[in-house]
Design a protein around this ligand. Structure first.
Ligand SMILES: CC(C)(COP(=O)(O)OP(=O)(O)OC[C@H]1O[C@@H](n2cnc3c(N)ncnc32)[C@H](O)[C@@H]1OP(=O)(O)O)[C@@H](O)C(=O)NCCC(=O)NCCS
Length: 170
């Protein structure tokens, strides 16, 4: 049995500017650039939790709630929210900071799934995780539903077997 870890042990924080080559015609950060930044941060978080090679299995949810203007300072925070057998859910929060006040404002969030693999690309077990803060506990508890939804959408699970997901509706 592997030692349990906490979400904080996987915390990954990446701060960077929005440069002109990374914007759309409205001079806001291009969505694909933000996806790439989030994928990199999530990959590091998954690696910190599993201490293995990790690959992106799915992007479960992305909400581009706010545009991020050219010149913004953007911080992507990633943490493993739940570990299953070989897969991990990684929750991302994206913040932008006001130049004058220095205060941070939540811009976006996303949820990715990573799988730990060996050198041949075969899935391998990851350590369990114990959430600590109320937000970590909430994210941990909802992660199984999200995993089942992702598997159903990917055609890897029959809807009738998604018991956690069905419990939301019946
Ligand atoms: C991700 C990958 C390793 C999964 O391999 P697989 O043969 O489907 O392996 P399994 O069916 O045993 O699934 C492994 C784990 O991934 C989970 N998983 C697979 N697809 C998933 C999806 N779409 N959503 C959520 N979880 C998923 C499974 O539930 C399982 O989790 P568990 O062991 O924690 O219960 C394989 O599909 C792969 O290598 N994909 C390419 C990854 C890649 O190159 N990413 C970058 C894209 S450019």
């Amino acid at each position: 049995m592997m030692d349990t870890r906490t979400p904080s042990q996987s915390l990954t924080v990446m701060t960077d500017l929005v440069l002109p080559s990374e914007t759309n015609p409205l001079n806001n950060l291009f969505g694909g650039e933000l996806l790439a930044r989030m994928d990199r941060a999530a990959s590091i978080a998954a690696r910190r939790h599993s201490r293995r090679i990790t690959v992106t299995a799915s992007v479960n949810h992305v909400a581009f709630n706010r545009s991020i203007p050219l010149g913004s300072v953007v911080t992507v925070e990633a943490k493993v929210s739940r570990a299953f057998k070989t897969s991990m859910e990684v929750y991302l929060d994206v913040w932008i900071e006001d130049r004058e006040s220095g205060l941070r404002d939540k811009a976006n969030e996303a949820i990715y799934t990573f799988v730990a693999v060996d050198e041949t690309g075969r899935p391998t077990d990851v350590p369990p995780i114990t959430p600590e803060s109320p937000v970590e506990i909430e994210r941990f508890n909802a992660a199984l539903r999200r995993k089942q939804l992702s598997l159903v959408l990917a055609g890897k699970m029959k809807p009738k077997d998604a018991t956690e997901l069905k419990a939301l509706f019946v």
